[in-house]
Design a binder for this molecule. Structure first.
Ligand SMILES: [Zn+2]
Length: 238
């Protein structure tokens, strides 16, 4: 290799090691907001569940109120009819009234049973709401903890990436501007790996068999040579 291209490759190999680390740190950084959003979503599901259970409880309480209103009205009716018993003139009227009272009382005892059943259901629903509230509190606590951990990780990764960026600078600054610009473009497009070592006759990155003419060109070291398949910068280990 001509000294210039060879020296450039040597510097790029050092930059490449650091750039791969930067790339991986950036990938991890991208995942953090996604992870936080996912955890938030889980928390929202839990909140929705509590709201649902609360809705069930409210509905039962409303039904209880309605049934109690109904019962009070029917009990008042019984009282009213009881009062009328002493005023009726005929036996026929009397027994008709008695029948009406008996039927109302039967309705009322059914209503009372329904109310008791509702009260049991309300108690159970209260318990469900209480348990879910506790679960939600626990989930919120866990979420805060995880969020804080992720923010901390984010800070560390960002700090590390900044440090690595200044480290790579000392290597890429030794490279010719046109080669550097090529390297930067390839590294952006190729998941943080811009250099590919030639393995025998193959590209070490994409494994394609290289044309012999291309391998010769790399060995001559006059120019920077790119893999025709993956477009990475090829080099031979000496
Ligand atoms: Zn390749």
């Amino acid at each position: 290799m001509a000294p210039q291209v060879k020296d450039n490759i040597t510097a790029l190999k050092k930059a490449q090691e650091i750039d791969r680390e930067i790339y991986l740190a950036q990938e991890q950084l991208k995942e953090i907001p996604e992870e936080i959003a996912r955890l938030k979503q889980e928390l929202e599901v839990e909140k929705g569940h509590l709201k649902e259970l609360d809705g069930v409880l409210k509905k039962l309480q409303l039904a209880q109120k309605q049934k109690e209103g109904e019962l009070a009205q029917k009990e008042a009716n019984v009282k009213k009819l009881d009062g009328q018993l002493s005023q009726v003139k005929t036996n026929k009227e009397y027994s008709a009234l008695q029948q009406e009272i008996a039927s109302l009382k039967a309705d009322n005892s059914l209503l009372e049973e329904e109310i008791i059943r509702l009260l049991d259901e309300i108690e159970a629903a209260h318990e469900e709401v209480r348990k879910e509230s506790e679960r939600l509190k626990q989930c919120e606590k866990e979420f805060s903890g995880k969020e804080a951990q992720l923010s901390q990780k984010q800070k560390e990764l960002q700090g590390n990436a900044e440090k690595l960026k200044s480290e790579r600078e000392q290597f890429v600054s030794q490279v010719l501007p046109e080669i550097r610009s090529l390297y930067e473009t390839v590294i952006q497009k190729k998941s943080g790996i811009a250099l590919a070592k030639v393995n025998g006759e193959n590209c070490g990155a994409c494994q394609i068999k290289l044309r012999p003419q291309l391998v010769n060109e790399i060995l001559m070291g006059q120019n920077v040579v790119l893999c025709e398949s993956c477009s990475r910068i090829l080099y031979v280990e000496e």
